[in-house]
Ligand binder design. Structure first.
Ligand code: CMP
Length: 140
């Protein structure tokens, strides 16, 4: 296993319910380090670009609307096997299918308001980290 970095987003349903600290505690207790973090209000253009891979999906418009509906916290997590580890901690996209103890089982409201996003591959992680952070903002 190698030390990796992954992009994580705490979504508007999580910031609205004041869950930033509780979700960050899950990451830190699992050994992931939060090496960059900022709270942002995404613009429509940013949200559409970030989720560009889903542009043709039926849920795209609603997803973008949801993501601009309140503040998000974007962060870089670092650790052993961080990309897969974060996806395991998050649980299935749809909280109805998420394993007990995962962030989405604990906190998500629906498949759309599912509290967190995490990069799904090394390529996506590199792209998504660069989307939100300058190198100087990441302090490992
Ligand atoms: P995320 O990991 O941020 O990547 C794309 C998001 O689209 C996903 O989490 C879900 O929150 C959202 N989404 C909304 N509806 C669906 C759906 N029907 N299938 C998959 N993802 C969906």
């Amino acid at each position: 296993m190698a030390t990796e970095r992954t992009l994580s987003i705490l979504k508007p349903d999580a910031t609205r319910r004041n869950l930033t600290g509780k979700i960050n505690a899950v990451f830190e207790e699992a050994g992931l380090r939060i090496i960059a973090q900022k709270r942002l209000q995404l613009s429509q253009t940013q949200a559409e670009a970030f989720y560009g891979a889903h542009r043709e999906r039926g849920f795209f418009k609603d997803l973008v609307g949801f993501m601009v509906g309140g503040p998000v916290v974007v962060q870089v997590l670092e650790g052993e096997d961080a990309i897969a580890q974060n996806r395991k901690l998050m649980g299935a996209t749809n909280p109805a299918n998420a394993d007990a103890g995962t962030i989405r089982k604990l906190f998500a409201e629906s498949i759309e308001a599912n509290s967190v996003h995490g990069s799904d591959s090394a390529e996506a992680a590199a792209h998504e980290i660069g989307f939100f952070f300058a190198g100087t903002e990441i302090v490992g």
